[in-house]
Structure formats: structure tokens, C-alpha cells
Write a protein that binds this ligand. Sequence first.
Ligand code: SF4
Ligand code: SF4
Length: 496
Amino acid sequence: MADFETPALKPWPEIPPIEIGVMAHSKPFVAKTDIQEKIGFPGELVDNWQQVAIDKMGELVENSRALRVFLDSCVKCGACTDKCHYFLGTTDPNNMPVARQDLFRSVYRRYFTLAGKYFPGLVGARDLDKDVLDEWYSYFHQCSQCRRCSVYCPYGIDTAEISMAAREILDTVGVGQKYCNEIIGKAQTIGNNLGLPEPALADTLEGLEEDIEDDTGVSVRLPLDEKGADILLVTPSADFFAEPHVDGLIGYAKVFHQAGLSWTISSYASEAANFGMFIGSYENMQVLAQRIREAALELGVKRIVFGECGHAWRVAYNFLNTLAGPFDFLDPKYPVPQHVCEVTYDLLQRNALRMDKSANDDMVLTFHDSCNVARASRMGDFEGGQFVIPREVIKASCNHFYDMPSHAVQEGTFCCGGGGGLLTDDLVELRVKGALPRMEALKQVVDDHGVTHMAAICAICKSQFSKVLPYYGFEMDQIVSVHQLVSNAIQLGGEH
Ligand code: SF4
Ligand code: SF4
């Protein structure tokens, strides 16, 4: 356990007394030169960094009307101040969404508004100096880009967009974050975040096939690079080895098997996660999106299905078609992209899966809505599908399910505390403290309904909870994959 105090769980979220600057020390490791240059950014802080940063800010507000509106329209009503999990968990006022925005807005005003140019003191405008840059590096890496604040802002101001813009400027002047940028580099050259080459991936999938057969007596395939398969499954690489992720992957395989769907994973595009979004870089997002397109063409598939990963789904749902489309070579009967929960839900609706819910009777379940799915994308062809579909899949797989309190689910869900490119051990204090509101909501259903496990459909959430649950007195294996529940309940054998 690290050297900080875990916040105490309270029965209901309380607005904490503020402690100015208490998280100013929290900064992720800075990317080294080779990591930066590999993905097209300067290796270190450039000499004329101030001008480069201001030029980049100008380009960003010019190209994004949304960003400019967000910067111009805040009326300081305060409705967002207590909505960020990082503020509630850390008590640092710079983690209030409006204050975080103002770190950026004050510089924007200084260089891009008349009042800020001539009367900076009157409008809260400030020069971009090294202290401000350092403050940005700290506090824009204390935002998981979860959009919860935007739900409560009467103007819909989205701090996530501002945070992405700030990180893009930081990268452009040569001060990138090690964790994200190293991963982006690996995914672009090897095809996945782990740097797992094709032979290792093939071995892993073979091992999983053996495990399933040992467990069920049924031969279920996890095909790799199989030309002519109908479905390309693009899933977070954590699904290949991490717990509880891998149990979810086994669940997808069993669903495809029982439904008689032909599918494959690609070793070239073996990563659904797209960390380019976290650093606000469309260029980097596009490189990975293009790999998926190329793999789909090369393998001749008809559908692209994404596994359980929150931000991957956000990128895929919002941007896959614009970054790498058109996908007119795929079967038009299916949406592009499609979520694995949509596939399973559809099969359940058609009674195409044999489920025995009692297989999960040793668990009482709740569901953590991942912020990227809840507030930045949708599922299915009906409003609120992203809330209904995963819950229906869970309810078809178990007998005991209870939702957490209403302020902490669906649109109001709290981030796990590790999203937005913050799932790194150099930020463990932030991650633990940022998980406080979710842990409080979980504790409530544990106390009220005897909940034993929380299911999620996001690789980052699963890893984050495995790490932080013990800090709050829970067990690390109380987090499970949604398709792990499906995997337990599905009755294999006798398929044709
Ligand atoms: S986007 Fe999420 S993490 Fe960022 S300020 Fe808003 S609530 Fe906090
Ligand atoms: S809720 Fe919106 S308008 Fe009000 S202070 Fe926050 S960002 Fe500004």
C-alpha cells in the first residue's frame, strides 16, 4: 500500500472542505525522448515552447467550435463543482471541473480575447509561463475525461474536451505522458498495448481453448487470423491475459460458438483500446483505426465486433467511420461497429443461447456503468440502450442483481478513477482517492442487498477496481466481466 491515506467511506457523498494545492504534487512520469518521437512529438520541451503552445491553442479553438463555446460560455454558476470524483476524493479545489477548465481558460483569454489582451487582470487572464505549464501537467492528468461534470452543467460544458486539448498542447511542446505515449507507440508498431507479438498471442489463445475444453468438455475455438471468418473481434489486449478480463473473452468465445458464428481475432489489429483519444490526438487515433480497417479487408470479414472496453467503444462508436471508413465492404445488415453486448443481447432476445442463471448463484451482482459507454456513446437502436443492454445480459445470466443508488449509475455514473490514461502506478494516490464515490455507492448495495460482486464492461475499470478495491476493505476479485457471467451461465454441448 502506498504512502497516503485512503479516504473514509461515507454513507452518502459529502462535499468535502477544500484543501488548496493538496494534489499539486500528483504528476505522471514524463515521456522520454524516444517515446515522444516515435509517435510524432518533440522529444523534450522545445526552446520556443510558449509560442508553439499558443499557436497550437489557436489551431484547436479555430478547428473546434465546441471547444471555443466551452471556453466562452461558463457563467460560474458552480453546478459542476461537486460533481467530479477527483474533487470528492482529493478535496483539491483545482479538481472542481470549473477550476480545471479555468487553468486553460485563463490562458485562452490572455491570447485569444480582446479583454484578456488589454485588461488581463480584470478577466482572470494569465500569461502562459512555466508554472502554468507545470500546473496543466499536474491537473490535466487528474481528469479522466469522464464527462460527468458536463451532465450537470446547464450549458453542457465538457471538461473532457478541454482536458484533451490541454494534453495535446503539452505533447506538441514536448511534454507528453510516459504511460499513454509508450502504449500508443507499442500499439502502432506491434498491434496491441502489451507489445504481444503474433506467436505469443497464438499460444495464449491456444491455451485458452485447452482451458475451456478441460472445464466444459467442449471444444470451443478462439481463432486467430482466420481468413473468411464472418466477424472480426477487436478486443482490449488485457482480455488475453488479465483477470477478470480473460474470463470475459472466454465468454465471447462461448457465445460465438453456441450461436454458430464464425469469427476471428487479428494479430495485426489485436487491440481495441485507442489511447490516442486520451491525449487528444486524432492523428494517433487514426493510425490504430486504420489497422482495424486493414485487418478487416485482409481477412475478408463481414462484421466488426468490439469486446468489453469503455474508451475503445467511445472511439469506435464516435470515430471509427470517420477515421477509417467507409466500411461499405462489410455486411450492411449489421451496425459498424457493433458491441459484443449487442451481439449477445440480440441472441438472448431470439432465445439462441441456452442459459442457466443458477450457475452464478454464488454471486449477488451490481453493475458499474463505465463512463465512456454511459456518457460518450450508445448501444443498440433505442435510447438508453447503453444502460439497458448490459443489464439485460447480466440479468439473463444471474438470479441476483441490484443497481447502485441512482446518482451513481447510468448518466450519473462515477468514473472508476483510472480512466482517461491515468491507469498507471505513478498515479496510484489519485486513482485510489478518485475511486471514493464509486466505492461509497458499492458499499451501499453491499450493506443493503448483500452484493458480493460488481460487473463491468471496461478493461480499464476492471484493472482499476482490482487495484483499488482492497484499499477500501473489499477483495480484488469482487470485480467481474459481464461476459464472465455469461460464460458461467451458458450451457455448452449439443450445438450444431
Ligand atoms: S470530465 Fe470527469 S474527471 Fe474531468 S473534470 Fe469532469 S467529472 Fe472530473
Ligand atoms: S456548471 Fe457549467 S457554467 Fe456552471 S460553473 Fe460549471 S462549467 Fe461553468
